[in-house]
Design a protein around this ligand. Structure first.
Ligand code: NAP
Length: 291
């Protein structure tokens, strides 16, 4: 539980639309408590049409910063004063840091995803083949992160043009390391499958993304960015096919820890990962099953 709110309590939070389902407030307030900071983390429902007002509010109310989630990540960069190289590369921001009224945008999704993979026992990505489902804001972060580690990335998305555009953007940055494939069409062997679509996300029905036939036969590692439900139909099918799997809780924790590190200016090693994991894990509080 967070401590008493005082006249000195500072505010940090998350913007989304909708945002009521977010687990970030529970996770971050546990972290703030563990760090002994007199800050409170809350959720703000920001319709895209009010984004400019919300950005002005960060300066006007001297917020510490905010996380930004669906559907605002790709809309917010033009409103900010500076962007990290990562945010500029992927064209999306999930963390705003208020530096004395100057707003800096960064993205911790890619870094959080890579740490989640490492934690799940997949640290070696060089030369591996990844099939990435989706071409939205988080898929962009994942595609650049994987290609940056030397992975060959195939992007498949319902809207094919977006898959092509993402593959081209990644390939411009990491010479030819990405290509696009049709949604559900054969793209060759995959060592890693990542679901970065919202297919399977509660409460919209646990739908299954389109997979190329036989792609689970070679037992790729399957990571689903979704963590609600903890086991999507994709993860269930992959587990039943004998694949190692992981859900998105681990990425939630690591991208959050990286954001917290940016806001506090303290190294990632000082972030209270165990408290954050405990706060978001509904399964086993001491040793949660992240995958
Ligand atoms: P987004 O920008 O809105 O992108 C949504 C993606 O899902 C697009 O590729 C979209 O395809 C696809 N999609 C949506 N409905 C579909 C349908 N009916 N059939 C096929 N494809 C469909 O969202 P995002 O920010 O990238 O987030 C995607 C997912 O990642 C969400 O479930 C989110 O909760 C999760 N996420 C998790 C974490 C974490 O820390 N674990 C972090 C970020 C995001 P089109 O382009 O064809 O519309």
């Amino acid at each position: 539980m967070m401590g008493t709110i005082t006249g000195r309590t500072r505010v940090v939070g998350v913007w989304g639309h909708p945002v009521g389902h977010s687990r970030s407030p529970i996770m971050h307030n546990a972290a703030l408590s563990a760090l002994g900071l007199d800050w409170v983390y809350t959720a703000f429902d920001v319709p895209p049409a009010r984004l400019a007002d919300a950005v002005a509010g960060v300066r006007g109310l001297n917020l510490v910063g905010v996380n930004v989630t669906v559907p605002l990540k790709e809309q917010v960069p033009p409103f900010l004063d500076t962007l990290s190289d990562e945010a500029r590369r992927i064209g999306a921001v999930n963390t705003i840091v208020n530096k004395d009224g100057r707003l800096h945008g960064d993205s911790t999704d890619g870094g959080g995803f890579l740490r989640a993979l490492a934690e799940a026992g997949r640290p070696e990505l060089f030369g591996q083949r990844a099939l990435l489902l989706g071409a939205g804001g988080s898929a962009r972060a994942v595609a650049f992160a994987l290609a940056g580690q030397g992975c060959e990335v195939t992007v498949a998305n319902r809207t094919g043009e977006k898959a092509h555009a993402l593959a081209q953007a990644v390939s411009r940055c990491y010479r030819g390391r990405a290509s696009a494939a049709g949604w559900g069409e054969d793209a060759g062997r995959a060592d890693l499958i990542v679901n970065a679509t919202s297919l399977g996300l509660s409460p919209h029905g646990n739908a299954m993304p389109a997979l190329p036939p036989g792609v689970l036969d070679t037992r790729p590692f399957v990571y689903d960015l979704i963590y609600n439900p903890l086991e999507t139909r994709l993860l269930q099918a992959a587990r039943e096919a004998g694949c190692s799997v992981s859900n998105g809780l681990s990425m939630l924790v690591w991208q959050g820890a990286l954001s917290l590190s940016l806001w506090t200016g303290r190294p990632l090693s000082e972030m209270p990962i165990a408290a954050m994991v405990r706060a978001v894990s509904p399964l086993a509080p001491e040793h949660p099953v992240l995958g």
